[in-house]
Structure formats: structure tokens, C-alpha cells
Write a protein that binds this ligand. Structure first.
Ligand code: GCO
Ligand code: MG
Length: 451
């Protein structure tokens, strides 16, 4: 039997293989439509509007997205806070995602995320990531409300009762820092981040200025930044804290990417005797190539990630076991949908989560952090915020902070709401721009330095 006869025997004409596939369009042609995610017993849901609310109840620009549906009273909230470019995120949501989303099914969370993610062709980055996050978290909020479950339940349920957090402590001298750490310990925090100002220097995170009464933003306009004094002072600070406060308190520090890599490597070595819980941002995202060298050099636990936008920034650090904590700003990478995938990836490499959670994450973003923390086996620690009364009024249902633990509400969805009327009473004002200090930080010789 020759090839032609063989093919004929198979019912296939030589040359053209017409295998018994269904037509390109699928059996019914329905397969090419967006997947239908409406449970049979419920009426179909549609997104009817998407709004971006800018508000600054604590003086820090926050960006929150509200997704409304055709079911009266059913809406979701998501954090899209990129505080330095809040208005740009609002444009990305209002002008581009909103028209793309109206009419879509809000329960199709993954499909909506994937389609929004590539809808701009160029993707990743703080503006588009935050815009997408505002929508994504809102869809998880809607799903929880529809299912009658808190988001942590949708993510597999609690694997811990509460979320251990860390608090910031700072000062302009050793005694001030010691008092601030002690105060946090007395408030029940088991983890405290300690930062110290360097006299006459625009130091990150020192809170009050070395020159009394001037803010960190002011200082960045007047003072410069030289790393040497800082890298000499920080080990002295931790020696003082260990002598005064003992070994039990977990101490953290944020280098904030502001020193040359080799000084960061020396600093990690110098800090080994003080057993930090982690040292954050030893390098800038542009210098992550140094992690391989640093990992081999030191036993100081390493945390990195708040500035990451693109999966390629964290993939090799995690898979290479080059860091101990991932510090991503959840809304930066597009919200809960990607963050839960990062947490799962990290679990296989014993990297723990420590989602970014300062004042420029909205209470909605803090709620999303906490829901994911509760359902993540490889949770590490959560950066927490003492919400001001105004923040609590604008965002009823802020995660509760008690004895150093965050507690999520058991209400369906993210369990937090937004009082739009009150939010409007805290408009975003652009003067002085909150981010003035970041583009204005100079070395002694006038050169701009990473912030
Ligand atoms: C942190 C961060 C913040 C950032 C701020 C930038 O660890 O909490 O470093 O303090 O500086 O979020 O807007
Ligand atoms: Mg930081």
C-alpha cells in the first residue's frame, strides 16, 4: 500500500489533511465569545459605570475606583493609588478602561483582567497597573458581595486568625528612635521599622527633620544627601536599640534604594549582629543584578519590591531565592488578581509576603492586602497604617488594627465602603506636590540621587 492509498484508507485525501476537527469557530462558534460566567440560578450582571474618586483625607492623594453594576446597590471598590501621579491614573481609568468595561460581566474577573492588561498593547507600569488594580479589586469586592462571602473566603479561606503588622518608628537621634520603638512595642507591635535622620541630611523616613520643624519635603529642597554618614550611623542605631530594648522585638529598616550597591552590601554585613527581621530596598530596581552577590555575602534577611511593576523584576529574585520578603505595592502590578499569583509563586520558593502598606495605599488597598494576607500560607508581615479619623470616616470599615494585628471584616467583599460626599470634602490639592522631594533630592555636588 503506498502513501496515497494509506491516506485514502484513513479517509484523508492526499495533500490536504481535513481531520475531523470542528470548524475553526468551534462546534457552535460560541467559543470565541468572552466566557459566560453567570451562575445559572442568578440573573446576568453587567458593569454599568466606572468612577474614579480622588480624595486626600490625611493630606496624601488617594485614588479609588468604584465599579457599578445593573443590580441596584451592588458595586465594588478598588485601590488605584499612585500618589505621585493620581490624576494620570484617573485619566487612564475614566478615558480608557471605563468605555472598555461598560457592558462586561463583573464576575469575569480573570477575563476582564487579561483583556484590560493588553488593551493598551504596551503594559505594566505604575499608571496602567494602578488603573487596572482599581477595577480588579472592585470586581473581587462585587464577587464577594454577590457570593455573600468576604474576599479572604473566595481566596481559599483564612489560614491565620489575624495579620501581624509592623509600625514605623523614627527620630533625629538615638534616644528619639528608641522612644518611638518603645512606644510601638507598648502599643502591642511585635515588629517595628526603625529609621533615623542624619544631621543636615535629607534622610528617608526620619519623619521629623534634623532641622526641627521642617518637613521631609522641605528638607529635600534645602538639604542634600550623602550616604556615608548614614551607613555609619544605622549600625550604631541598631546596636543602641538592641542594648536598650533587647532581642525579642523584630526590627526592620528601609534603605529606600538610596545608597550605592557596595555600601548596601557593607551595611547588610554590619547589621548582622543585630538580627534584623528584614532590610528593605538595599538596591534600586535598576540594580537588582546585585542581589546574587549580596545573597552570597550576608545573612541579613532581604526585602524588595515596592517599586516593581513588571513580572520580570521579581521572577528571578523569587525563583533564585535571592530575597526573603516580597514588598510589592499591590495596586502597582494590577491588583489582587496578579498579587495572589505572586503569593503562590513565592510559596514554592519560601519567599514570604510583606505587601507595601504606607499612607499612600488607600484603606481599600489596605483591606485588599489583609484579605490576601489572611489566605496566604507564606505570609510574612504586613506594613500597617494608623488610619486617621478622617480616613476612617471617608472609608467606613477600615481594617481594624488591634494589638499590632490587622483584622479584616467578615462582611461580604472587601468589607469597606466609601462615603463619596465626605471624600469630596478632602479634594486633592497640588501644592505643595506631595512628591516634590522625589525629583529634587541632590548629592553635595548637585547631582540628582535615587530617592
Ligand atoms: C515604605 C515606602 C514608602 C514610600 C512611599 C512613596 O516602605 O512604606 O518606602 O515610605 O516612600 O510609599 O510614595
Ligand atoms: Mg519602602
Amino acid at each position: 500500500m503506498d502513501r496515497r492509498q494509506w491516506l485514502q484508507r484513513l479517509g484523508l485525501s492526499a495533500g490536504v489533511i481535513s481531520l475531523p476537527f470542528v470548524s475553526a469557530g468551534g462546534a457552535s462558534g460560541q467559543e470565541t465569545k468572552p466566557p459566560d460566567v453567570t451562575p445559572r440560578h442568578l440573573p446576568p450582571l453587567k458593569i454599568t459605570d466606572v468612577k474614579t474618586i480622588l480624595t486626600a483625607p490625611a493630606g496624601i492623594r488617594l485614588v479609588v475606583v468604584k465599579v457599578l453594576t445593573n443590580e441596584p446597590g451592588l458595586y465594588g471598590l478598588g485601590c488605584a493609588t499612585f500618589t505621585q501621579r493620581a490624576r494620570v491614573v484617573k485619566t487612564a481609568v475614566d478615558e480608557f478602561l471605563r468605555p472598555f468595561l461598560i457592558g462586561k460581566n463583573p464576575l469575569a474577573i480573570e477575563d476582564v483582567w487579561q483583556s484590560c492588561y493588553v488593551s493598551s498593547y504596551w503594559r505594566n507600569g505604575p499608571v496602567l497597573g494602578n488603573a487596572l488594580s482599581g477595577v480588579d479589586m472592585a470586581l473581587w469586592d462585587i464577587l464577594g458581595k454577590r457570593a455573600g462571602m468576604p474576599v479572604f473566603q473566595l481566596l481559599g479561606g483564612k489560614c491565620r486568625n489575624a495579620v501581624d503588622t509592623y509600625r514605623h518608628a523614627s527620630g533625629t537621634n538615638l534616644k528619639e528612635v528608641e522612644d518611638a520603638v518603645r512606644k510601638a512595642m507598648e502599643a502591642g507591635f511585635r515588629h517595628v521599622r526603625a529609621q533615623i535622620g542624619v544631621e543636615g541630611q535629607a534622610t528617608y523616613g526620619a519623619g521629623t527633620s534634623a532641622v526641627k520643624g521642617t518637613s521631609e519635603t522641605e528638607r529635600a529642597r534645602t538639604e542634600t544627601w550623602e550616604p556615608r554618614q548614614y551607613t555609619r550611623l544605622v549600625p550604631k542605631m541598631f546596636e543602641h536599640l538592641r542594648v536598650q530594648l533587647g532581642d525579642d522585638v523584630e526590627l526592620l529598616h528601609d534603605t529606600h534604594e538610596r545608597i550605592p550597591p557596595i555600601l548596601a552590601m557593607q551595611l547588610c554585613r554590619d547589621l548582622e549582629p543585630y538580627k534584623l527581621f528584614f532590610l528593605e530596598d538595599p538596591f534600586s530596581p535598576e540594580d537588582v543584578g546585585y542581589f546574587e552577590k549580596l545573597r552570597a555575602l550576608t545573612s541579613t534577611p532581604l526585602a524588595m519590591g515596592e517599586l516593581f511593576n513588571n513580572p520580570n523584576e521579581w521572577l528571578s529574585l523569587v525563583s533564585g531565592r535571592l530575597i526573603d520578603f516580597i514588598r510589592i505595592h499591590m495596586s502597582q502590578i494590577g491588583g489582587l488578581t496578579p498579587a495572589r499569583k505572586v503569593a503562590a509563586l513565592c510559596e514554592f520558593f519560601a519567599v514570604r509576603t510583606a505587601w507595601h502598606g504606607p499612607g499612600d495605599v488607600s484603606p481599600v488597598g489596605h483591606a485588599a492586602n489583609v484579605h490576601l494576607d489572611l489566605a496566604t500560607p507564606n505570609f510574612g508581615v504586613q506594613e500597617s497604617r494608623i488610619f486617621t479619623q478622617a480616613e476612617q470616616d471617608v472609608f467606613p470599615g477600615c481594617p481594624e488594627l488591634k494589638n499590632g494585628y490587622y483584622y479584616a471584616s467578615d462582611r461580604p467583599g472587601l468589607g469597606i465602603d466609601l462615603n463619596e460626599e465626605l471624600a469630596a470634602k478632602f479634594p486633592i490639592t497640588d501644592d505643595p506636590p506631595f512628591d516634590m522631594r522625589w525629583g529634587n533630592l541632590r548629592r553635595r555636588d548637585g547631582a540628582i540621587t535615587k530617592p
